[in-house]
Design a protein. Structure first.
Length: 472
């Protein structure tokens, strides 16, 4: 297994002394007392500045090129926080990438992950109080993203600052922690002989995993960069020393929803609607598939912070007390049938919880709402054929009985899944908030704003979209 560049390994007291002297005259920051959060973050920043950032790029020539970790990025120390890692306080700092980088994985389904959300810098002291700095990339699987469970499952990749791989952990849905063989840097390195040396024959499962990455230039989808990163195959073994439990004491506590800002204690609240559709079949019955008609669907996004990927914001209502309300935005659909004689049928529909909820709430019955007076700041409009339009109507009708949960099935999930029923595929980009993660209006709005999707007309100027048309 490759060791991190700055790790100090101890076999005896003498070896420790020699190790501290032989680190190329780098400073070693050791503190025997307890530090408050501010001082700990400050010391971590000095360590990274002196011992990491001043070093040249020392990416090892034997490693394959890694586009994921070798990107221009900035450490956001002002947003750093303190967590518990392996039983000790550690600093976790978000990263800002020069370009908007997205990832897809073979275990994450159709979800898109933004590197700004998934990769963080972990700075910690080991049991001997020597400092370490690691890039930790958290990539959840579909089980974690769709179930609302608190226990993380998916892959966590650990690299040093220069992109040299340190560890690759697989957190399974049943609570086990597995680690990829450190020799599996290239697909060619995976051979039955090497696998047999590390795992039992009955554990041999040849499933290989990949990360697909890309970035784009706004309004110019074809100008982006794309790459594929081979992660490894399932020749895994249980690690000898992995913090698999204890909540935030393991790597799995780093990338979970809620972020790292210790001063944010307010979770977003999603309110129940005021114009509930009592009978969805009756609400949609005026769509009759008239010969010669054309059909449109418009996905409307009311972003919490227009033009931003923020999944939610706090609107302070009391400057004296600092109290305020949260806003998570909303996503809904406008459905239209235009008749040959000039008449139109229009219906607005969105998905809500039947009562006020937060990301910590258990699933509650969902309700469909008439969103004809709901605002939006960005939208994408599609013209589709009658068969796909009515397939979407069938999905919406069936969704009337679905349960709402902020992290796993919210208004944006509903809209994206309804579009899929009409063979319209938009990114499922994951955002993070206190208490969880999932698709959200902020990310969807920016995806619509930034990509020229086939068949989509982008709408940036809001318009009135009242329901039109009546029938017997």
């Amino acid at each position: 297994m490759r060791k991190p560049i700055l790790t100090v390994f101890v076999l005896s007291g003498l070896v420790l002394a020699l190790s501290l002297i032989s680190l190329n005259c780098r400073k070693v920051y050791i503190h025997n007392g307890e530090l408050d959060s501010t001082e700990l973050i400050a010391r971590a920043q000095v360590f990274v500045s002196d011992s990491i950032l001043r070093q040249p790029n020392i990416y090892r020539s034997g490693n394959p090129h890694n586009d994921r970790t070798q990107r221009t990025r900035e450490i956001l120390w002002a947003s750093a926080g303190v967590i518990t890692f392996r039983g000790r306080p550690a600093v976790i700092a978000p990263l800002l990438f020069q370009k908007d980088i997205f990832l897809r994985t073979t275990w994450g389904g159709n979800h898109n992950f933004r590197m700004d959300n998934q990769e963080k810098l972990l700075v910690y002291q080991d049991s001997l109080l020597a400092w370490h700095a690691e890039l930790v990339t958290t990539l959840p699987d579909t089980t974690y993203l769709s179930s609302g469970r608190q226990q993380f499952s998916g892959m966590i990749l650990v690299d040093d600052w220069w992109g040299n791989p340190i560890n690759k952990f697989h957190y399974t849905p049943d609570g086990r922690v597995e680690r990829y063989n450190s020799n599996q840097n290239t697909e060619a390195a995976i051979t039955p002989k090497k696998i047999a040396a590390t795992i039992k024959p009955e554990m041999l499962v040849q499933t290989c995993t990949y990360i697909y990455g890309y970035n784009y230039a706004v309004g110019a989808e074809n100008d982006g960069e794309y790459w594929v990163e081979f992660v490894g195959c399932t020749s895994m073994y249980l690690p000898e020393t992995v913090d698999a439990g204890g909540g935030g004491s393991s790597y799995s506590g780093i990338g979970g929803g809620g972020g790292i800002s210790a001063n944010l204690t307010t979770a977003p609240v999603i309110l129940s609607p005021t114009h509930i559709i009592v009978d969805i079949k009756d609400y949609l019955k005026c769509f009759q598939n008239t010969p010669g008609a054309n059909f449109q669907v418009t996905v409307c996004v009311d972003q919490p912070s227009p033009g931003s990927r923020k999944p939610w914001i706090i609107s302070f209502t009391d400057g004296a007390s600092g109290s305020g309300a949260t806003s998570a935005g909303h996503t809904y659909l406008i459905l239209t049938e235009n008749m040959p004689d000039g008449r139109s049928i229009t219906r607005n529909v969105g998905f809500y919880p039947s009562k006020n909820v937060t990301p910590f709430s258990t699933p509650v019955p969902g309700v469909l709402n008439n969103d004809e007076v709901s605002p939006f700041n960005i939208a994408g409009q599609y013209s589709i054929n009658s068969a796909l339009f009515f397939a979407m109507l069938q999905y919406i009708t069936n969704a009337a009985g679905d349960y709402y949960q902020v992290n796993t099935f919210n208004c944006t999930n509903f809209a994206l899944d309804a579009l899929v029923a009409g063979h319209i595929y938009l990114p499922h980009t994951i955002g993070y908030w206190i208490g969880g993660m999932g698709v959200d209006p902020g990310d969807l709005g920016e995806d619509i704003r930034g990509f020229d999707f086939t068949g989509m007309t982008r709408i940036t100027t809001p318009f009135l979209h009242s329901n039109l048309g009546t029938c017997n």
